[in-house]
Design a protein. Structure first.
Length: 173
């Protein structure tokens, strides 16, 4: 090798030929901290957007109010509302051997007519009835409708209605 190249190579400090574990671990910690901070920042941003969205949706000042009419309008006489407001809730039915038990819903006990009942009334419980949990909706003061997740529909009446099938003692002998 020529002398000038040897002189050049002798003056150069070579990088270490080993891996420093402390440097590797420190670099990993830095990357993990950056990722955690980015995740927390993203979470805070999502929560802020949701909070602002729900606040804006509830703001009554943003709803448009139509202008008042300049022509007089005859007012209707006040009416009395006799129907109950619609209430919905998820309920689970309790099914005995041959009947659907009474259901407590919206502060009232509800039952089925004999025709709607399984077993003694309307037939056997559907085989492998896929769901006994569904949505109960109050249609009026004296009507409620149950629809399970598979589409089975049952119409309930208040338990004290004379048309409701009475469940007393053992029905299936």
């Amino acid at each position: 090798m020529p002398e000038d190249v040897r002189d050049l190579l002798e003056g150069v400090a070579a990088p270490p030929m080993r891996v420093d574990p402390e440097t590797v671990v420190a670099g990993g910690r830095r990357r993990r901290r950056r990722r955690n901070r980015a995740g927390v920042g993203l979470l805070v941003a999502v929560v802020a957007v949701i909070a602002l969205g729900t606040t804006a949706a509830r703001d009554p000042g943003r709803t448009a109010v139509p202008p008042a009419s300049s022509t007089p309008v005859a007012s209707a006489p006040p009416t009395t509302v006799t129907s109950a407001p619609r209430v919905t809730a998820r309920v689970a039915l309790t099914i005995g051997h041959c009947v659907v038990e009474y259901v407590d819903f919206d502060g009232q006990t509800w039952g089925l007519t004999k025709e709607q009942q399984f077993g003694r009334g309307g037939g056997a419980v559907p085989p492998k009835w896929p769901s006994r949990t569904g949505l109960m909706e109050r249609l009026s003061a004296d009507r409620a409708r149950y629809t399970d997740d598979a589409g089975t529909v049952l119409d309930f009446l208040p338990a004290d209605d004379p048309a409701v099938f009475r469940i007393e003692g053992r029905l299936c002998a």
